[in-house]
Ligand binder design. Structure first.
Ligand code: PGA
Length: 255
């Protein structure tokens, strides 16, 4: 079975009002979207439930984080089980902003991934290297180490619930997109890693999406790479051009 193309919108700590959230949803609800692509949008947690209620049913909703404990004295956290109970199907885990600004380790990301799949959620698992790591030739090593922790924590069948987002840190929010050759090279390295560390089937079936300054202008070329199965989009997911990114794979009708 070919891997279904996947486009996620990571709104991060945006938008800043309920009215703006409604305007973003209206653009998507009114758009002509390629429904062969799986579409997931990820607003701040306070907007998850109201957004899910107004967005068209073909678009799924993702949390931007969750905790690995089910309940208890963990002020400020949301559990995977609570997300599942609220009907939220996806969660983004291990985003570089969480790893860097909030000091999440790969082990914590792995525990969260384990808790999320156990609760029945699907996970957008983010990995990626810094510029210094890329320039020192350590990209594959860094990404493999980030994935190693998850490989140890979950079972082979759990990978059916995981989409890997390769997001080079130097490309996130910088306007500096990886070339399609750089993206393809690392995506292939991740697939080779999965073949050895998990199984050839998981390597073949797991979607590996690219994130980092994706926009309407560069998405088409990136989407043509054989191991690029979609995108995780930050800044451009808040703009009307997000529709063009969702439609990157759309075959234009012949006139
Ligand atoms: P960007 O963010 O598209 O603004 O670079 C991507 C991400 O952080 O997921």
């Amino acid at each position: 079975m070919p891997r279904q193309f996947f486009v996620g919108g990571n709104f991060k700590l945006n938008p800043t009002s309920r009215a703006q959230k409604q305007a973003l949803v209206k653009v998507l609800n009114d758009a002509d979207l390629d429904l062969n692509t799986e579409i997931v949008i990820s607003p701040p947690s306070i907007y998850l439930i109201p957004l899910k209620e107004i967005v068209r049913k073909e678009i799924k909703v993702a949390a931007q984080n969750c905790y690995y404990k089910d309940n208890g004295a963990f002020t400020g956290e949301i559990s995977a089980g609570q997300l599942a109970d609220a009907g939220i199907p996806y969660v983004i885990l291990g985003h570089s902003e969480r790893r860097t600004l909030f000091h999440e380790t790969s082990e914590e990301v792995a525990q969260k991934t384990k808790a999320a799949v156990a609760a029945g959620l699907s996970v957008i698992l983010c990995v990626g290297e810094t510029l210094q790591e890329r320039e020192s030739g350590a990209t594959t090593k860094v990404v493999s180490e980030q994935l190693d922790a998850v490989v140890k924590a979950i079972k082979e069948e759990d990978w059916a619930k995981v989409v890997i987002a390769y997001e080079p840190v130097w490309a996130i929010g910088t306007g500096k997109v990886a070339t399609s050759a750089q993206a393809q090279e690392t995506h292939l390295a991740i697939r080779e890693y999965l073949t050895k560390a998990v199984s050839p089937k998981v390597a073949e079936d797991t979607r590996i999406i690219y994130g980092g300054s994706v926009n309407a202008g560069n998405c088409k070329e990136l989407s043509l790479q054989p191991d690029v199965d979609g995108f995780l989009v930050g800044g451009a997911s808040l703009k009307p051009e997000f529709v063009d990114i969702i439609n990157a794979k759309k075959v234009k009708a012949k006139v």
